[in-house]
Design a binder for this molecule. Structure first.
Ligand code: GDP
Length: 478
């Protein structure tokens, strides 16, 4: 599993000292002779722009085979959009209204199949994929499993209401994921509609929309009257253009499971989003711990399709079992190999269940992007009163320096909830509780996801502890 820095340097034909330097930037103090774990090694390989196929663990560990597409093979792909916001603010209605703008559906009169995602063709001929499960739970669940399929988040806020708890949660989750946001102020047909009030409230969360001279796109829409839908789609396409979303369509497919179920007649069914390559009927595949062959594929209009391109959602028939949302589907060259990989993963999954490795600082920082010049120390803060929360946030921000910055993923008042835990887990952050404790469900999630949780009653104990952890990242040498 582990490899010394020098050995990795040799394999990449790079200088050991350069790897040490890169590791330092990632927040790890190691010498060339020390060993680093697989995740860190992979980050380094990517950082140096190399492609390696691991030979250890035999060839079955396809998860760790780093295989990057050459730039000239990349072609533009449609954006994948998730809709988030408070309950009853109109997420489902907006998803339905957007679905109604699909020119293909208009022409062919296709029937709607809820497969977890759908794709529309705009009047201009562009494609946009929407995840059909609104809300940040699904979004964060996927992130916790290492799957980042969303390119753009639409934050839905009802213009006759205000920023509600789940609106704030959605903002925090989106920010933590680093995904660009478009604000849709919906229910524009209502007499109480007051979009300006929403824009002003968003400022408090450091979201400055275009109408307030900021750079976050916002749009006034109504799912009922359909006003603003075209504008929303235009803004999505504009954002997608800025992101320069690309994938290589001419290779063995890789896809992410969006949802999966067991159908009495058809057997296991999984909706996947193709990440790269083209998924074809007849392809041999591995997904999670299951192997199989694509027997048939259905799109969101219930039509049989033979191929699926990057960003396309399709329901796949022919998998040997029911995979989990967030699992990666990979096409392999033979059935023998598919079974081999599936068996290997099963073994690994069993081994993982029997070992209990608490989330460590190392894990936390190895997850950080090597490209970040300043290291971020993410935290989730909860306290019993607003005054304390503000005091803690201020005190924590003061601990930041040129090399390491405290990043408050969210700060709030009240008991620690499932949403706090999922946010912390997805970002590898500890939760800091001041005079508050987790509720029962949150406690269970903390244990399951091995999230680090610290309680304090005195603010300077809290800042001392965090300062110590931050210093620890640099090792005793500094
Ligand atoms: P969700 O919980 O965020 O998915 O919200 P829904 O889409 O279920 O909408 C909640 C309620 O608001 C429903 O009664 C909808 O009919 C209503 N609603 C949603 N969008 C609009 C809109 O644009 N205009 C009006 N007048 N009502 C809307």
């Amino acid at each position: 599993e582990a490899i010394t820095v020098q050995e990795l340097a040799n394999r990449m034909a790079e200088k050991g000292a350069d790897l040490v330097k890169a590791l330092f930037k990632m927040g790890m103090m190691v010498t060339v002779n020390q060993t680093i774990d697989q995740d860190t090694a992979e980050l380094l390989v990517e950082e140096f722009g190399h492609t390696i196929n691991r030979v250890s663990e035999s060839d079955v560990d396809i998860d760790t085979a780093v295989d990057v597409d050459a730039p000239e093979t990349l072609k533009a792909r449609p954006p994948v959009v998730t809709i988030m916001g408070h309950v009853d603010h109109g997420k489902t209605s907006l998803l339905d209204a957007l679905r109604g703008t699909d020119v293909v559906r208009g022409e062919a009169g296709g029937i709607t199949q809820h497969i977890g995602a759908y794709q529309i063709k705009t009047k201009g001929g562009d494609l946009v994929t929407f995840l059909d499960t609104p809300g940040h739970e699904a979004f964060t669940e996927m992130r916790m499993r290492g799957a980042n399929v969303t390119d753009i988040v639409i934050l839905v806020v009802a213009g006759d209401d205000g920023l509600m708890p789940q609106t704030i949660e959605a903002i925090n989750h989106t920010k933590a994921a680093g995904v660009p946001m478009i604000v849709a102020i919906t229910k524009a047909d209502k007499p109480e509609y007051n979009p300006q009030k929403i824009r002003e409230r968003l400022l408090e969360h450091e979201i400055v929309v275009e109408a307030m001279s900021g750079d976050v796109q916002d749009v006034e829409v109504s799912a009922k009257s359909k006003a603003g839908l075209d504008e929303l789609i235009e803004k999505i396409l504009l954002q997608a253009e800025l992101l320069e979303l690309k994938a290589n369509p001419d290779r063995a497919a890789e896809a992410t499971v969006i949802e999966a179920k067991l159908d009495k007649g058809k057997g296991p069914l999984a909706t996947v989003l193709v990440n790269r390559g083209t998924l074809k009927v007849g392809d041999i595949l591995v997904v999670g711990t299951h192997s199989g062959r694509v027997r048939a594929m259905l799109d969101d209009k219930g039509r049989q399709v033979k191929t699926a391109l990057p960003s396309a959602p399709v329901e796949v028939l022919g998998i040997g079992g029911v995979p989990m949302a967030g699992d990666t589907l990979a096409v392999v060259e033979s059935e023998t190999r598919a079974r081999e990989v599936a068996a290997y993963r099963q073994e690994k999954a069993t081994a993982k269940r029997t070992t209990t490795a608490p989330a460590s600082l190392e894990n936390m920082f190895s997850a950080l992007s090597a490209k970040q010049a300043v290291i971020e120390y993410p935290v989730v803060v909860k306290s019993d009163v607003q005054g304390s929360t503000e005091a803690i946030v201020n005190a924590l921000n003061k601990l930041s320096n040129d090399e390491i910055k405290v990043k408050i993923l969210s700060s709030g008042v009240g008991a620690i909830t499932e949403s706090d835990v999922s946010l912390a887990a997805a970002s590898g952050a500890p939760i800091i509780g001041f005079h508050v404790r987790p509720n029962a469900k949150a406690r269970e999630m903390i244990e399951r996801n091995k999230v680090r949780m610290k309680y304090f009653d005195v603010i300077y104990h809290l800042t001392d502890e965090v300062a110590k952890e931050m210093a620890g990242i640099w090792g005793p040498e500094r």
